[in-house]
Design a protein around this ligand. Structure first.
Ligand code: HEM
Ligand code: HEM
Length: 217
């Protein structure tokens, strides 16, 4: 057996910053602190954009092409999950986890994008409200308020799934998402981890794009 780095620092930072920004947007939204609500929302937008780009040019385990699989692989994984005993060693998202990643990114992305076009009708306008008709803004607000419940449900399911792996399969997924490392058989190929400089460039591009969008659009 050998210790192998499966999650690079950018992917781990992305994940925990995303959790932080969503929690921040939730709390500030409930409290009506919309200046901070929008800041956390911009954080979410930047992170989602970063993750999409990182899914194209990041480390192996972050790339969509490496982990998004077809229905056959998903069914195979479900059969493996239902069988007693431990899972075969695997570096990165499994076929079912890949669905969760895409679903989470989609719902979180929809939440943040709809916020850009949402107004509370009193004091707070999302930065792009003025570019759309009243009907569109009203639809976006409906999406923003309702999609949040879907986000909570899918995030809850995400956590339940992690608990199922821990309790049923004795597989701790959380520690690797914190430290990056897992123990794998030495014969298992280690994923390629790309340089942090690339991540910094992608992060700078993502942040600048969102900043320009909300400042100048
Ligand atoms: C993932 C990020 C986001 C989450 C989780 C989120 C969540 C929420 C929630 C739960 C509410 C309802 C608060 C209440 O109980 O009244 C809300 C309202 C609102 N959000 Fe967001 N939001 C996000 C991003 C954004 C962004 C990026 C913007 C704009 C730049 C935005 C603008 C607004 C506005 C203007 C309201 C008030 C709507 C109203 O009460 O009529 N949100 N958001
Ligand atoms: C708002 C809440 C959350 C959202 C939106 C969210 C979203 C995500 C996303 C998008 C990924 C894919 C990571 C990537 O490849 O970039 C992921 C993976 C993961 N998340 Fe979360 N997450 C949330 C909360 C949590 C919490 C509270 C925990 C810990 C208890 C957690 C543990 C994990 C783990 C362990 C993985 C890796 C799963 C695997 O090994 O395939 N997440 N999450």
């Amino acid at each position: 057996m050998r210790k192998t780095l499966i999650w690079d620092l950018p992917t781990r930072l992305f994940h925990w910053l995303l959790v932080l920004c969503i929690a921040g947007a939730w709390i500030t939204g409930e409290k009506g602190a919309f200046d901070w609500h929008m800041r956390f929302g911009y954080g979410v937008l930047g992170l989602v954009l970063f993750r999409i780009l990182w899914g194209l040019i990041g480390s192996d385990t972050a790339r969509f092409i490496q982990f998004v699989r077809g229905p056959a692989a998903i069914l195979h994984h479900i059969r493996e999950l239902r069988a007693p005993g431990r899972l075969a060693p695997h570096a990165g998202h499994n076929a079912l986890g890949a669905l969760a990643v895409l679903g989470l990114l989609l719902v979180v992305g929809m939440q943040a994008v709809s916020g850009l076009f949402t107004s509370d009708g009193i004091m707070t306008d999302g930065p792009l409200v003025e570019h759309v008709s009243g009907a569109t803004a009203s639809l976006m607000r409906t999406i923003h308020l309702n999609n949040f419940n879907i986000l909570l449900a899918i995030a809850g399911l995400h956590i339940v799934a992690i608990l199922v792996y821990a309790l049923w399969k004795r597989l701790d997924l959380v520690r690797p998402m914190v430290t990056g490392w897992v123990t794998l058989p030495a014969s298992h190929p280690a994923p390629r981890i790309v340089s942090l400089v690339r991540a910094l460039v992608v992060a700078a591009i993502s942040a600048t794009t969102i900043w320009a969008l909300v400042s100048f659009a």
